[in-house]
Ligand binder design. Structure first.
Ligand code: HEM
Length: 364
């Protein structure tokens, strides 16, 4: 099946190692064809269009999604690390969006595709914390030039309507600094579901505590559900990941811990393509509980922008160049899609009220 590549096949490998906006393959990169300073958000919009983003009111990346609501309970350890009002609250409202990473709003669910989770957590005193996370372990780009090459090379072949799976190797081969990121992505074992997946910020952030002390962290939003591998999940339905999330939420709440990995002196804070030390301290700053799902066509999350630089006092950006880039590009995507007529999302309101799985491979 076109969208369910076998484990170890080139298509699966390409899909897994294209974080965070896993686009399924890359075309050869033309080194030196541009100067990073000349790259604008509009150029990125064109690249997403070439990679299959249809417009039609959808996000230019992470286009297929569904919303969830619940609350956040911070831990005392979170309050010790950051003076943000978010960590002083209790049962703070959370708006979430689960998505598949590619720019294709009608992509059938399949285990080879990277998944994502976005969160907005608000306090009663006006703090607004937005996170946009993916389930890959390390970023496969380190700066604007990498990002532009990455998305440019994801252009769809007009005949096959797929990117060239071989091209990812050219992208990687020209960037020895991404070796570990690609190795980790290849070794990453996908989970069976959205419900038991862990989602990572990849980019680093700076926490400031009540004394002014600063701590660099990377976030992981870690499922409390037990791990189970994607292989053998056996679902044929085109929306099986989203429908199974709804089915579980209809039975019980689902929880994720927000875990900060604390940077040590030697950890590269401004380069998301480099790993931190395995032995770094990990601190759970709180827990997100989701109780309800809704189609993005019926929820405010559909039109929200999860710009990761929208942060409360006490949580700040690091010097990672991708954060500033993401902010401008997300806002451009948001402005562009807001001006378009929105086509119906693939996960419909009906899938949420009646998430029956089909077994004929066609979905609904
Ligand atoms: C650490 C790296 C990154 C992570 C973890 C990440 C994650 C995400 C997530 C989770 C979303 C979905 C947001 C939602 O649910 O609304 C998203 C959207 C998006 N991302 Fe990224 N992303 C990363 C890097 C990038 C880069 C480098 C670009 C391009 C320069 C980019 C372009 C976009 C765009 C255009 C959207 C849609 C924004 C909107 O219309 O609201 N991302 N990203």
């Amino acid at each position: 099946m076109a969208h369910s590549p076998r484990k170890g096949s080139p298509a699966r490998w390409a899909a897994v190692i294209l974080p965070p906006l896993c686009l399924g393959g890359l075309l050869a990169w033309t080194a030196g064809a541009f100067s990073p300073s000349a790259i604008s958000p509009a150029h990125f919009m064109q690249r997403f269009h070439n990679a299959g983003a249809p417009g039609d009111g959808f996000r230019r990346a992470h286009a297929k999604g569904m919303c969830a609501t619940g609350w956040f309970d911070p831990s005392p350890e979170g309050q010790a690390l950051s003076r943000s009002g978010i960590f002083k609250g209790k049962h703070l409202p959370v708006m979430g969006r689960f998505s598949l990473a590619p720019p294709l709003p009608y992509l059938p669910d399949n285990p080879a595709v990277a998944r994502s989770l976005s969160l907005q957590i608000r306090s009663s005193t006006g703090d607004d914390w937005r996170l946009a996370l993916v389930d890959v372990p390390l970023q496969s780009m380190r700066d604007v030039a990498d990002a532009y090459a990455f998305f440019g090379a994801a252009k769809l072949n007009p005949t096959t309507q797929k990117p060239d799976p071989a091209a990812v190797q050219a992208y990687a081969a020209q960037r020895p600094w991404l070796k570990t990121a690609f190795e980790q992505a290849k070794a990453h074992q996908q989970t069976s579901d959205l419900t038991n997946d862990t989602y990572n910020s990849l980019d680093s952030f700076i926490l400031t505590d009540s004394t002014g002390k600063k701590t660099a962290v990377r976030w992981a939003v870690v499922a409390q559900e037990p791990f189970s591998p994607a292989e053998g999940s056996g679902a044929n339905d085109k929306n099986y990941l989203f429908k199974r999330l709804v089915q579980t939420l209809n039975q019980r709440p689902l929880r994720w811990d927000i875990v900060a990995t604390i940077a040590r002196e030697e950890d590269p804070v401004n380069d998301p393509s480099q790993p931190w030390d395995e032995a770094d301290q990990k601190v759970t700053v709180g827990t997100v509980t989701f109780t309800k799902a809704s189609s993005e066509d019926e929820s405010p999350c559909g039109s929200m922008v999860f710009d990761p630089t929208i942060l409360p006092d006490g949580i700040g950006v690091s010097g990672d160049p991708l954060l500033a880039l993401r902010s401008t590009v997300y806002m451009r995507s948001y402005a562009t899609r807001s001006a378009e007529h929105k086509a119906p999302s693939m996960v419909t309101p009906g899938d949420v009220t009646n998430p029956t799985l089909t077994t004929d491979g066609k979905g609904q």
